[in-house]
Design a protein around this ligand. Structure first.
Ligand SMILES: [Zn+2]
Ligand SMILES: [Zn+2]
Length: 481
């Protein structure tokens, strides 16, 4: 069957088992394709690992959909087919002509496709005061209902304000993201994921990747699409029900070894390793949106980062123990792996692990199945139990095991997501939002911009300041103007 394996298909579906001799091989002779079912799978002949096929065109659609969301409302060309699509006038002035005014607002014309764009950001935000008040109230935990009542406005009006605020924040983020990706040659990134509404069981996943040293959140993606489900592999149907009924086993103790062991068992129980929804037995399917298959969402997430960072000398990506993240990263950053500029690892550590302090010499940690080996290091104390960190190096290019154990903690990314859940608790847990998760999208855009540009972890230090791309923290006025 290997004649059906086109280079495009192999580029996404190569063997991702780091222990296999054919790991990363793009040679069709090393694979076999089963087309017996309506869900074709690919098998590595050497290690016998079997995966559902990831389809190139469907993945492209997902990348486009995520980009469209990130570009919505920016002053940039909007023609799908144009090379300038999504490229900010502010950052790429040579791609546009100034083209008169629309009212008070500056107008531009795309040099490539001649489309005209009005720059809404060329005049002051007429609702700045209201927007700052809304954001301040949101950040102090008021619910949307309470905010509407306080400001004596309709829920619909509040919603419209929030959408405009989100557009302004996306515009600000696009400028700082541009500076972030140009800040150097070496990137130390961390990824984690969670459910967007942990109590809602609606299958919406939230994947985040950021700088581990500055805590700048570079990319966030949700497996939520406003497109209607069509017959294809990118979507999860509304009739989806997991086949597995058992809850993941609780770890025997709180030791990292037992935590990893129990996660391992939970992963093995999935229909496929890279689909965390495959042990969700109940799903409150979104009423107005479609759920994207997690691997497509996550691969599109990393493909955008690869687009931004593909030519860098060194990219180190550390992630929580989740095969969905690892598989998606491997296929998205494969060219970087081939150039030996990529390191990819799982990282799990005790909450009280001290960053910047070395532990003892890492010891090998083996588990029963054939998963790649982990190594464990400990920080000892005079009293009490030691703090532990466990690392599993999936792709090794530049990082030694010792260096891997000295990396910053992954918790900055996890805390970013936890903080959203805490700050926007009333919106996240609102019962009627269980099946309407798309209402949270504008809040997420606002939250990321606020986190990167305004939120001070230490006085004067925002993630953007720490990344060297902002001189000082932005006030809420500056964020929303
Ligand atoms: Zn293999
Ligand atoms: Zn254009």
């Amino acid at each position: 069957m290997s004649e059906n394996l086109s280079p495009q298909l192999l580029a996404l579906n190569f063997c991702k088992n780091p222990l296999c001799a054919d790991f990363g091989s793009l040679n069709a002779a090393n694979y076999s394709l089963s087309s017996a079912t309506n869900n074709p799978q690919i098998a590595c002949i050497n290690c016998h690992s079997i995966s559902p096929i990831i389809w190139p065109t469907e993945l492209n659609h997902e990348v486009t959909a995520q980009l469209e969301h990130n570009h919505a409302g920016l002053t940039a060309c909007t023609s799908e087919q144009c090379v300038n699509v999504g490229l900010n006038v502010q950052l790429h002035p040579n791609r546009y002509y100034a083209f008169g005014f629309s009212g008070d607002k500056q107008r531009y014309r795309c040099k490539n496709c001649q489309k005209t764009i009005v720059d809404r950001f060329s005049v002051e935000n007429p609702n700045l005061k209201t927007h700052v008040t809304i954001l301040a109230l949101l950040l102090t935990g008021f619910s949307l209902k309470e905010i509407a009542a306080k400001l004596k406005i309709q829920a619909k009006t509040l919603n419209d304000h929030i959408k405009v605020m989100a557009t302004i924040c996306r515009q600000k983020s696009s400028v700082f993201d541009h500076h972030w990706k140009n800040k150097g040659q070496k990137f130390l990134l961390g990824s984690d994921w969670t459910f967007l509404q942990p109590k809602s069981q609606n299958g919406v996943l939230w994947v985040c990747t950021g700088d581990l040293d500055s805590h700048y959140i570079a990319q966030q993606s949700l497996n939520l699409s406003e497109q209607k489900i069509t017959i294809n592999h990118r979507f999860i149907g509304s009739d989806f029900l997991a086949s597995i009924n058992t809850a993941p086993p609780a770890p025997k103790t709180e030791a990292l070894k037992d935590i990893i062991e129990s996660l391992n068992v939970a992963h093995q129980e999935r229909t496929h390793l890279n689909n965390p929804l495959h042990n969700q037995t109940q799903l409150n399917y979104p009423a107005k949106s479609s759920l994207v298959s997690p691997i497509y969402c996550t691969a599109a997430h990393y493909l955008q980062l690869n687009q931004a960072l593909g030519n860098k000398e060194q990219v180190m990506l550390s992630m929580s123990f989740e095969p969905m993240l690892a598989d998606a990263a491997m296929l998205s950053f494969n060219a970087m792996r081939q150039k030996q500029s990529l390191d990819l690892l799982y990282q799990v550590e005790d909450e009280s692990w001290t960053e910047g302090k070395t532990g003892n010499k890492p010891q090998l940690l083996r588990f029963e199945d054939s998963a790649p080996p982990w190594s464990l290091s400990e920080q000892w104390h005079l009293r009490g139990k030691a703090d532990q960190r466990a690392i599993c190096q999936l792709v090794e290019s530049n990082l030694t095991q010792k260096q891997a154990h000295q990396l910053p903690k992954l918790s900055s990314i996890t805390h970013y997501m936890d903080r959203f859940h805490a700050m926007f608790k009333s919106s996240v847990n609102e019962p009627r939002r269980k099946r309407r998760p798309e209402g949270l999208l504008p809040l997420l855009d606002i939250y990321r911009a606020w986190n990167n540009l305004c939120h001070q972890e230490n006085p004067g230090e925002t993630p953007a300041v720490n990344a060297g791309i902002s001189e000082k923290p932005l006030s809420l006025d500056q964020l929303l103007q």
